[in-house]
Design a protein around this ligand. Structure first.
Ligand SMILES: O=C(O)[C@@H](CO)OP(=O)(O)O
Length: 316
């Protein structure tokens, strides 16, 4: 699976060279984030949780939160068009959904953000973060080439501590819908029959014409999750992942060990965050946080409750 990523260039998240050793930390020892191209290095040089992240244990004891969020409504969702890998932005309603989602998760710790390479997922992550109580700045990591890496370097350890790296990756993109992209879903159902279109949209292993089946999408999205997101969770990092209906369905299938039949019935609404707690190698689904004042969400674990209390004590 790792060979899938060989074409991906190196990403570095670096503080630069003129920062005093004592402040060259993103909460801990390393400011460098190395790319999916080097999974083992990425695992070792993870950015450690912020002081407020509530996770200071060794990885064997650590507990991390994972937020999954499907992007808010896009302009093609609104028009009922097959979108797939076409890169369309959010509607006004989608923007509002993302902001609302941000309110729901405003007290859940987030140390790293992963998004697809598509603007609707990136907009959603960024808009949601405008609501986060911790007020850290999400920064997209540019690793297209050496120049991009060098030209986006940050030279202040203090600023780095107030930042959250945002890693974008095409492997988290929506499933590629092939020759359905841009077609109206209703008209397509009328033309090819509802059952055929349902099969294209929701079956596990039947691809739409010249497109990816959910199984094919899962081969890249779940591989990426296992290789690059799970190691971050294992090291105690709290992660938000903003992606798409089908890339997230395949990841949820993996997290919840769903069968190919069960994943067929799984539908994800736009802009609704889903919370998982990762502990001792297991993912526990905690549903969707209803709102920042919803006591139940923070009662899930002692760590989340402590984190929330710390945020409440922060000056406004
Ligand atoms: O058009 C798409 O890309 C997806 C998600 O909006 O549609 P579907 O729900 O049919 O998988």
């Amino acid at each position: 699976m790792a060979s899938t990523f060989l074409s991906q260039p190196v990403a570095r998240y670096s503080s630069g060279i003129d920062v005093p050793a004592s402040s060259r930390n993103f909460g801990s020892s390393s400011l460098r984030f190395l790319s999916p191209r080097f999974p083992t290095i990425a695992t070792r040089s993870v950015l450690h949780p912020s002081p407020l992240s509530g996770s200071h244990h060794s990885s064997s004891e650590s507990e991390s939160s994972l937020i999954l969020i499907r992007h808010g409504e896009s302009l093609w969702n609104e028009k009922n068009l097959f979108t797939g890998c076409c890169d369309v932005p959010l509607t006004k309603r989608g923007v509002e959904e993302a902001i609302e989602a941000g309110k729901r998760i405003s007290y859940i710790p987030i140390d790293m953000i992963f998004t697809s390479a598509l603007i609707r997922a990136q907009m959603t992550a960024m808009l949601a973060m405008t609501q986060h109580r911790q007020k850290k700045v999400p920064i997209i990591i540019h690793n297209e080439n050496e120049q991009a890496t060098t030209w986006t370097r940050v030279y202040s350890g203090k600023t780095m501590k107030q930042s959250i790296p945002v890693i974008t990756s095409w492997q988290l993109n929506e499933r590629m819908y092939g020759e359905l992209q841009g077609l109206n879903k209703q008209e397509t159902a009328e033309r090819y029959g509802k059952e055929k279109v349902y099969e294209w949209r929701r079956s596990y292993d039947i691809p739409p014409p010249k497109g990816e089946s959910l199984e094919m999408c899962s081969q890249r999205a779940v591989a990426y999750f296992k290789d690059f997101i799970e190691p971050q969770l294992q090291s105690g990092k709290h992660v938000m992942l903003a992606a798409h209906g089908n890339s997230l369905r395949s990841i949820i299938m993996y997290l919840e060990k769903l069968t190919s039949q069960e994943v067929t019935d799984l539908e994800l609404s736009t802009g609704i965050p889903l919370l998982y707690i990762y502990k001792e190698g297991k993912f526990m689904s905690r549903g969707s946080p209803v709102g920042p004042s919803e006591a139940d969400v923070y009662a899930y674990t002692q760590n989340l409750a402590v984190y929330r209390q710390q945020l409440d004590e922060m000056p406004h």
